[in-house]
Design a protein around this ligand. Structure first.
Ligand code: FEO
Length: 392
Protein backbone atom coordinates (compact mmCIF):
# COMPACT_ATOMS: atom_id res chain seq x y z
CA UNK A 1 0.00 0.00 0.00
CA UNK A 2 1.17 3.55 -0.71
CA UNK A 3 1.62 6.17 2.05
CA UNK A 4 -1.67 7.72 3.13
CA UNK A 5 -2.17 11.31 4.24
CA UNK A 6 -3.54 11.84 7.75
CA UNK A 7 -3.32 15.64 7.83
CA UNK A 8 -1.08 18.06 5.96
CA UNK A 9 2.54 16.82 5.94
CA UNK A 10 1.80 13.78 8.08
CA UNK A 11 1.44 10.38 6.47
CA UNK A 12 0.64 6.84 7.50
CA UNK A 13 3.20 4.36 6.28
CA UNK A 14 3.55 0.73 7.23
CA UNK A 15 1.79 -2.47 6.49
CA UNK A 16 -1.58 -4.13 6.97
CA UNK A 17 -0.93 -7.76 7.83
CA UNK A 18 -4.18 -9.50 6.89
CA UNK A 19 -2.80 -13.02 7.28
CA UNK A 20 -1.07 -12.95 10.65
CA UNK A 21 -2.89 -15.21 13.11
CA UNK A 22 -0.48 -15.44 16.04
CA UNK A 23 1.65 -12.91 17.87
CA UNK A 24 4.69 -13.84 19.96
CA UNK A 25 3.83 -17.44 19.02
CA UNK A 26 1.17 -17.14 21.69
CA UNK A 27 -1.54 -14.55 21.16
CA UNK A 28 -4.27 -15.26 18.58
CA UNK A 29 -4.96 -12.50 16.06
CA UNK A 30 -8.38 -13.39 14.62
CA UNK A 31 -8.54 -10.13 12.64
CA UNK A 32 -4.89 -9.82 11.58
CA UNK A 33 -3.07 -6.62 12.52
CA UNK A 34 -1.23 -3.63 11.14
CA UNK A 35 2.19 -2.15 11.82
CA UNK A 36 1.78 1.60 11.57
CA UNK A 37 4.72 3.87 10.95
CA UNK A 38 4.24 7.62 10.48
CA UNK A 39 6.19 10.03 8.30
CA UNK A 40 6.33 13.68 9.34
CA UNK A 41 7.56 16.28 6.91
CA UNK A 42 8.71 19.37 8.79
CA UNK A 43 9.86 22.56 7.04
CA UNK A 44 13.47 21.77 7.94
CA UNK A 45 13.68 18.10 8.94
CA UNK A 46 11.83 14.87 8.33
CA UNK A 47 11.11 12.04 10.74
CA UNK A 48 9.80 8.50 10.59
CA UNK A 49 8.03 7.31 13.74
CA UNK A 50 8.65 3.60 14.23
CA UNK A 51 9.01 1.02 11.46
CA UNK A 52 7.35 -2.33 10.78
CA UNK A 53 7.71 -6.01 11.55
CA UNK A 54 10.69 -7.43 9.63
CA UNK A 55 8.35 -9.71 7.65
CA UNK A 56 6.86 -6.55 6.08
CA UNK A 57 10.08 -4.57 5.63
CA UNK A 58 9.71 -4.59 1.86
CA UNK A 59 6.47 -2.57 2.09
CA UNK A 60 7.94 0.19 4.23
CA UNK A 61 11.12 0.35 2.17
CA UNK A 62 9.04 0.68 -0.97
CA UNK A 63 7.03 3.54 0.61
CA UNK A 64 10.28 5.27 1.53
CA UNK A 65 11.50 5.09 -2.07
CA UNK A 66 9.96 8.47 -2.82
CA UNK A 67 11.49 10.16 0.24
CA UNK A 68 14.69 12.01 -0.74
CA UNK A 69 15.90 12.73 2.79
CA UNK A 70 15.20 11.27 6.20
CA UNK A 71 16.76 13.03 9.17
CA UNK A 72 15.36 11.06 12.06
CA UNK A 73 13.91 7.66 12.84
CA UNK A 74 12.09 7.72 16.14
CA UNK A 75 11.81 4.43 18.00
CA UNK A 76 9.06 4.51 20.61
CA UNK A 77 9.29 0.83 21.53
CA UNK A 78 12.05 -1.72 21.00
CA UNK A 79 9.83 -4.72 20.26
CA UNK A 80 10.56 -6.01 16.80
CA UNK A 81 7.09 -5.51 15.30
CA UNK A 82 7.91 -1.78 15.40
CA UNK A 83 11.68 -1.70 15.50
CA UNK A 84 12.56 -4.69 13.33
CA UNK A 85 13.06 -2.72 10.12
CA UNK A 86 15.15 0.05 11.72
CA UNK A 87 18.46 -1.49 10.58
CA UNK A 88 17.32 -1.49 6.95
CA UNK A 89 16.02 2.08 7.13
CA UNK A 90 19.30 3.21 8.72
CA UNK A 91 21.15 1.45 5.94
CA UNK A 92 19.07 3.22 3.30
CA UNK A 93 19.39 6.68 4.89
CA UNK A 94 23.00 6.73 5.97
CA UNK A 95 22.82 10.20 7.58
CA UNK A 96 19.66 9.53 9.57
CA UNK A 97 19.87 9.49 13.35
CA UNK A 98 17.90 7.12 15.55
CA UNK A 99 16.05 8.98 18.32
CA UNK A 100 14.96 7.09 21.38
CA UNK A 101 15.26 7.03 25.16
CA UNK A 102 18.29 5.58 26.96
CA UNK A 103 16.51 2.38 28.02
CA UNK A 104 15.28 1.68 24.49
CA UNK A 105 18.74 2.42 23.13
CA UNK A 106 20.21 -0.43 25.16
CA UNK A 107 17.46 -2.77 24.00
CA UNK A 108 17.82 -1.81 20.34
CA UNK A 109 21.57 -2.41 20.58
CA UNK A 110 20.93 -5.83 22.15
CA UNK A 111 18.04 -6.93 19.93
CA UNK A 112 19.02 -5.46 16.58
CA UNK A 113 22.71 -4.67 17.00
CA UNK A 114 22.20 -1.06 15.94
CA UNK A 115 25.60 0.71 16.15
CA UNK A 116 25.87 3.16 19.04
CA UNK A 117 26.96 6.08 16.85
CA UNK A 118 23.57 6.19 15.11
CA UNK A 119 21.65 7.07 18.32
CA UNK A 120 20.52 10.33 19.85
CA UNK A 121 18.78 9.79 23.19
CA UNK A 122 16.01 11.98 24.56
CA UNK A 123 14.74 12.52 28.08
CA UNK A 124 11.15 12.52 29.24
CA UNK A 125 9.50 15.76 28.10
CA UNK A 126 12.29 16.71 25.68
CA UNK A 127 11.36 18.36 22.38
CA UNK A 128 12.69 17.90 18.86
CA UNK A 129 12.06 20.58 16.25
CA UNK A 130 11.49 19.67 12.63
CA UNK A 131 11.07 23.36 11.73
CA UNK A 132 7.37 24.09 11.69
CA UNK A 133 6.56 20.88 13.58
CA UNK A 134 7.65 20.05 17.11
CA UNK A 135 7.75 16.61 18.64
CA UNK A 136 7.60 16.16 22.39
CA UNK A 137 8.60 12.81 23.85
CA UNK A 138 6.53 11.49 26.73
CA UNK A 139 7.77 8.44 28.58
CA UNK A 140 4.87 6.02 28.98
CA UNK A 141 6.46 2.93 30.52
CA UNK A 142 4.84 -0.52 30.44
CA UNK A 143 2.67 -0.01 27.41
CA UNK A 144 4.00 -2.48 26.73
CA UNK A 145 7.65 -2.79 27.78
CA UNK A 146 9.50 -0.65 30.34
CA UNK A 147 11.11 1.54 27.67
CA UNK A 148 7.96 2.51 25.74
CA UNK A 149 7.31 6.16 25.05
CA UNK A 150 4.75 8.22 23.16
CA UNK A 151 5.31 11.25 20.98
CA UNK A 152 3.13 14.37 20.90
CA UNK A 153 3.09 16.52 17.80
CA UNK A 154 2.39 19.92 19.30
CA UNK A 155 1.22 21.94 16.30
CA UNK A 156 -1.27 19.27 15.13
CA UNK A 157 -2.13 17.93 18.61
CA UNK A 158 -1.56 14.34 17.53
CA UNK A 159 -0.43 11.72 20.02
CA UNK A 160 1.58 8.87 18.50
CA UNK A 161 1.16 6.18 21.12
CA UNK A 162 2.73 2.98 19.72
CA UNK A 163 1.21 -0.10 21.46
CA UNK A 164 -0.69 2.16 23.91
CA UNK A 165 -4.33 2.34 22.72
CA UNK A 166 -3.55 -0.06 19.86
CA UNK A 167 -5.70 -2.85 18.48
CA UNK A 168 -5.01 -5.82 16.27
CA UNK A 169 -7.22 -5.18 13.27
CA UNK A 170 -6.37 -5.46 9.59
CA UNK A 171 -8.42 -2.96 7.60
CA UNK A 172 -8.04 -0.36 4.89
CA UNK A 173 -10.03 2.15 6.97
CA UNK A 174 -7.36 4.46 8.28
CA UNK A 175 -9.58 6.01 10.95
CA UNK A 176 -11.90 4.29 13.42
CA UNK A 177 -15.36 3.93 11.92
CA UNK A 178 -16.84 1.23 14.17
CA UNK A 179 -16.01 2.03 17.80
CA UNK A 180 -17.69 -1.16 19.05
CA UNK A 181 -15.42 -3.35 16.96
CA UNK A 182 -12.33 -1.40 17.95
CA UNK A 183 -13.29 -1.40 21.61
CA UNK A 184 -13.37 -5.20 21.63
CA UNK A 185 -10.08 -5.54 19.75
CA UNK A 186 -8.37 -2.92 21.92
CA UNK A 187 -9.64 -4.57 25.11
CA UNK A 188 -8.32 -7.93 23.92
CA UNK A 189 -4.96 -6.29 23.24
CA UNK A 190 -4.92 -4.58 26.64
CA UNK A 191 -5.80 -7.87 28.35
CA UNK A 192 -3.10 -9.84 26.60
CA UNK A 193 -0.13 -7.57 27.16
CA UNK A 194 -0.95 -4.69 29.49
CA UNK A 195 -3.30 -5.95 32.21
CA UNK A 196 -0.47 -6.89 34.61
CA UNK A 197 0.81 -3.31 34.49
CA UNK A 198 -2.53 -1.55 34.97
CA UNK A 199 -1.42 0.43 38.03
CA UNK A 200 1.51 1.86 36.08
CA UNK A 201 -0.64 2.47 33.00
CA UNK A 202 -3.05 4.44 35.14
CA UNK A 203 -0.16 6.85 35.77
CA UNK A 204 0.55 7.02 32.03
CA UNK A 205 -3.07 8.01 31.41
CA UNK A 206 -2.90 10.65 34.15
CA UNK A 207 0.26 12.00 32.54
CA UNK A 208 -1.57 12.56 29.27
CA UNK A 209 -4.41 14.47 30.93
CA UNK A 210 -2.66 17.82 30.52
CA UNK A 211 -2.32 17.42 26.73
CA UNK A 212 -4.88 18.59 24.25
CA UNK A 213 -5.17 15.57 21.97
CA UNK A 214 -7.19 15.74 18.77
CA UNK A 215 -5.98 12.49 17.22
CA UNK A 216 -4.38 9.36 18.64
CA UNK A 217 -2.29 7.46 16.13
CA UNK A 218 -1.26 4.06 17.55
CA UNK A 219 1.15 1.63 15.93
CA UNK A 220 -1.43 -1.16 15.57
CA UNK A 221 -4.93 -0.79 14.19
CA UNK A 222 -6.86 2.31 13.32
CA UNK A 223 -6.31 5.98 14.13
CA UNK A 224 -8.67 7.61 16.66
CA UNK A 225 -10.33 10.85 15.51
CA UNK A 226 -12.23 10.83 18.84
CA UNK A 227 -9.51 10.09 21.43
CA UNK A 228 -11.85 10.30 24.43
CA UNK A 229 -13.47 7.04 23.30
CA UNK A 230 -10.33 4.96 23.79
CA UNK A 231 -8.95 6.97 26.73
CA UNK A 232 -12.21 6.44 28.65
CA UNK A 233 -12.17 2.73 27.80
CA UNK A 234 -8.62 2.45 29.15
CA UNK A 235 -9.60 4.31 32.33
CA UNK A 236 -12.26 1.67 32.85
CA UNK A 237 -9.91 -1.27 32.17
CA UNK A 238 -7.17 -0.03 34.49
CA UNK A 239 -9.62 0.80 37.27
CA UNK A 240 -9.42 -2.75 38.63
CA UNK A 241 -13.12 -2.73 39.53
CA UNK A 242 -14.53 -6.21 38.90
CA UNK A 243 -18.04 -6.83 37.64
CA UNK A 244 -20.60 -9.37 38.85
CA UNK A 245 -19.05 -12.02 36.62
CA UNK A 246 -17.54 -15.46 36.99
CA UNK A 247 -15.04 -16.69 34.42
CA UNK A 248 -14.83 -20.47 34.13
CA UNK A 249 -11.90 -21.84 32.14
CA UNK A 250 -12.33 -25.62 32.10
CA UNK A 251 -11.41 -28.85 30.42
CA UNK A 252 -13.23 -32.14 30.53
CA UNK A 253 -12.19 -35.65 29.43
CA UNK A 254 -15.13 -37.98 30.07
CA UNK A 255 -17.66 -35.23 30.80
CA UNK A 256 -17.75 -35.43 34.61
CA UNK A 257 -16.13 -32.00 34.92
CA UNK A 258 -18.27 -30.82 31.97
CA UNK A 259 -21.44 -31.78 33.84
CA UNK A 260 -20.23 -29.94 36.93
CA UNK A 261 -19.51 -26.82 34.91
CA UNK A 262 -22.95 -26.91 33.30
CA UNK A 263 -24.60 -27.30 36.69
CA UNK A 264 -22.60 -24.53 38.33
CA UNK A 265 -23.27 -22.16 35.45
CA UNK A 266 -26.99 -22.79 35.68
CA UNK A 267 -26.99 -22.34 39.45
CA UNK A 268 -25.02 -19.07 39.22
CA UNK A 269 -27.30 -17.70 36.50
CA UNK A 270 -30.34 -18.42 38.71
CA UNK A 271 -28.66 -16.34 41.41
CA UNK A 272 -28.14 -13.39 39.09
CA UNK A 273 -24.43 -13.85 38.34
CA UNK A 274 -23.12 -13.47 34.80
CA UNK A 275 -20.83 -16.15 33.41
CA UNK A 276 -18.20 -16.49 30.73
CA UNK A 277 -17.13 -20.10 30.26
CA UNK A 278 -14.23 -21.27 28.13
CA UNK A 279 -13.65 -24.86 27.10
CA UNK A 280 -9.88 -24.85 27.05
CA UNK A 281 -9.75 -27.59 24.43
CA UNK A 282 -11.14 -25.22 21.81
CA UNK A 283 -11.04 -21.70 23.20
CA UNK A 284 -9.26 -18.62 21.91
CA UNK A 285 -7.08 -17.58 24.85
CA UNK A 286 -7.40 -13.94 23.82
CA UNK A 287 -11.11 -14.15 24.64
CA UNK A 288 -10.26 -15.70 28.00
CA UNK A 289 -7.75 -12.94 28.73
CA UNK A 290 -10.33 -10.30 27.81
CA UNK A 291 -12.91 -11.86 30.14
CA UNK A 292 -10.40 -11.79 33.00
CA UNK A 293 -10.24 -7.97 32.87
CA UNK A 294 -13.65 -7.69 34.56
CA UNK A 295 -14.05 -11.02 36.39
CA UNK A 296 -14.84 -10.92 40.10
CA UNK A 297 -14.40 -14.68 40.46
CA UNK A 298 -12.46 -17.34 38.57
CA UNK A 299 -13.47 -20.99 38.81
CA UNK A 300 -11.09 -23.42 37.13
CA UNK A 301 -12.62 -26.73 36.07
CA UNK A 302 -10.40 -29.75 35.51
CA UNK A 303 -10.31 -33.51 35.73
CA UNK A 304 -7.39 -35.11 37.53
CA UNK A 305 -4.88 -36.67 35.20
CA UNK A 306 -1.58 -38.23 36.23
CA UNK A 307 -2.26 -37.12 39.81
CA UNK A 308 -2.67 -33.43 38.96
CA UNK A 309 -4.69 -30.96 36.89
CA UNK A 310 -5.12 -31.45 33.18
CA UNK A 311 -2.28 -29.58 31.38
CA UNK A 312 -4.81 -27.26 29.70
CA UNK A 313 -6.10 -26.23 33.13
CA UNK A 314 -2.54 -25.72 34.34
CA UNK A 315 -1.97 -23.51 31.29
CA UNK A 316 -5.04 -21.41 32.13
CA UNK A 317 -3.87 -21.07 35.74
CA UNK A 318 -0.39 -20.05 34.58
CA UNK A 319 -1.88 -17.50 32.18
CA UNK A 320 -4.18 -16.02 34.82
CA UNK A 321 -1.28 -15.81 37.26
CA UNK A 322 0.86 -13.99 34.68
CA UNK A 323 -1.91 -11.56 33.67
CA UNK A 324 -2.72 -10.70 37.31
CA UNK A 325 -6.42 -9.92 36.90
CA UNK A 326 -8.21 -8.21 39.79
CA UNK A 327 -10.46 -11.18 40.54
CA UNK A 328 -11.32 -11.28 44.23
CA UNK A 329 -12.34 -14.94 44.51
CA UNK A 330 -11.05 -18.21 43.15
CA UNK A 331 -12.28 -21.77 43.26
CA UNK A 332 -11.66 -25.11 41.58
CA UNK A 333 -14.13 -27.76 40.52
CA UNK A 334 -13.48 -31.09 38.86
CA UNK A 335 -13.40 -34.82 39.03
CA UNK A 336 -10.95 -37.59 39.81
CA UNK A 337 -10.79 -41.36 39.56
CA UNK A 338 -8.86 -42.47 42.60
CA UNK A 339 -6.83 -39.59 44.06
CA UNK A 340 -4.34 -36.90 43.25
CA UNK A 341 -3.20 -33.41 44.21
CA UNK A 342 -5.13 -31.34 41.69
CA UNK A 343 -6.20 -28.60 44.10
CA UNK A 344 -2.76 -28.26 45.71
CA UNK A 345 -1.00 -28.08 42.35
CA UNK A 346 -3.40 -25.49 40.88
CA UNK A 347 -3.51 -23.38 44.03
CA UNK A 348 0.29 -23.32 44.04
CA UNK A 349 0.32 -22.00 40.48
CA UNK A 350 -1.46 -18.71 41.15
CA UNK A 351 0.55 -16.84 43.81
CA UNK A 352 0.04 -13.52 41.97
CA UNK A 353 -3.72 -13.64 42.31
CA UNK A 354 -4.73 -11.81 45.43
CA UNK A 355 -7.95 -13.78 45.57
CA UNK A 356 -9.77 -15.46 48.43
CA UNK A 357 -10.03 -19.19 47.82
CA UNK A 358 -13.57 -20.57 48.07
CA UNK A 359 -13.80 -24.26 49.02
CA UNK A 360 -13.26 -26.37 45.86
CA UNK A 361 -15.72 -29.08 44.80
CA UNK A 362 -14.21 -32.34 43.58
CA UNK A 363 -16.29 -35.30 42.46
CA UNK A 364 -15.14 -38.94 42.49
CA UNK A 365 -16.19 -40.08 39.04
CA UNK A 366 -19.52 -38.81 37.79
CA UNK A 367 -20.91 -36.04 40.01
CA UNK A 368 -23.44 -37.31 42.54
CA UNK A 369 -26.34 -35.53 44.23
CA UNK A 370 -24.06 -34.45 47.05
CA UNK A 371 -21.61 -32.98 44.52
CA UNK A 372 -24.41 -31.01 42.85
CA UNK A 373 -25.47 -29.80 46.29
CA UNK A 374 -21.89 -28.66 46.93
CA UNK A 375 -21.95 -26.80 43.59
CA UNK A 376 -25.19 -25.06 44.60
CA UNK A 377 -23.48 -24.08 47.82
CA UNK A 378 -20.47 -22.76 45.88
CA UNK A 379 -22.79 -20.71 43.63
CA UNK A 380 -24.59 -19.36 46.71
CA UNK A 381 -21.31 -18.25 48.32
CA UNK A 382 -20.10 -16.59 45.11
CA UNK A 383 -23.39 -14.76 44.57
CA UNK A 384 -23.42 -13.61 48.19
CA UNK A 385 -19.84 -12.35 48.07
CA UNK A 386 -20.48 -10.48 44.82
CA UNK A 387 -23.50 -8.84 46.41
CA UNK A 388 -21.58 -7.94 49.57
CA UNK A 389 -18.93 -6.23 47.47
CA UNK A 390 -21.52 -4.43 45.37
CA UNK A 391 -20.19 -5.85 42.07
CA UNK A 392 -22.49 -4.77 39.26
FE1 FEO B 1 3.40 -3.94 19.09
FE2 FEO B 1 4.95 -4.45 22.09
O1 FEO B 1 4.79 -4.39 20.27
Amino acid sequence: MKPRKIVDKIYWMGSVDWDRRLFDTLVPLPDGTSYNAYFIEGSEKTALLDTVDPSMAHELLSQLEGIPKLDYIISQHAEQDHSGTIPQVLEKFTDAKLITNPKAKGMLMDLLQVPEERFITVEDGERLSLGDKTLKFIYTPWVHWPETMSTYLEEDRILFSCDFFGSHIATTDLFVTDEGRVSEAAKRYFAEIMMPFRNLIRKDIEKLASYEIEIIAPSHGQIYPRPSFIIDAYKDWVSGTPLNRVVIPYVTMHDSTGKMVDYLVSSLVEKGVRIEQFNLAVTDIGKLAMALVDAATIVIGTPTILAGPHPYAAYAAFLANALRPTAKFLSIIGSYGWGGKTVDVLAGMVPNLKAEIIEPVLSKGLPSDSDFKALDNLAEIIAMKHKEHGFK
